[in-house]
Design a protein around this ligand. Sequence first.
Ligand code: SF4
Length: 174
Amino acid sequence: MEEHDILLHACCGPCSTASIERLLEEGWNPILYFSNSNIFPEEEAIRRYEALLEVARTYHLQVINEHYDHAAWLASVAGFETEKEGGGRCERCFSYNLAQASQKAEELGFRHFTTTLTVSRFKNSKMIFRVGEQFPSFEPIDFKKKGGFDKSVQLTKQLGIYRQSYCGCEFSKH
Ligand code: SF4
């Protein structure tokens, strides 16, 4: 891998749009990594993956799809199921997905990885960075800065891709 290659953990198509544009503007070469065993049910994960494929086609980027294992994810948040969104369950969820991304980055020889999770206005970037700090190749990029969230909304509309109405797990479905 080259110095500017970066594995981008992509939570969904919409959040990936603005993140990809920012990475490209800053000289990175992103490869997308869809690893989201938190999403429930599996059909929803497939739907989000398909939206990501549309985005990847638009930017001519490669996508790596990780095996979906919701049971393993559930085990990682055991005891925190009823926490409100943004609390301990989410911190564990970030940790689960970033650990997977870190492992994949190492396996493939990437010197850097990051996540689209920081695009969302509903997610605390500081919490994501705190979790990311435990992985040496994690790049703490706050994609919601520089108008990232609004840009993701606008690009999603432009591309006409699916935008979900809940975060991902069964506990976030209202
Ligand atoms: S609400 Fe979202 S971030 Fe929190 S645990 Fe569920 S899927 Fe993960």
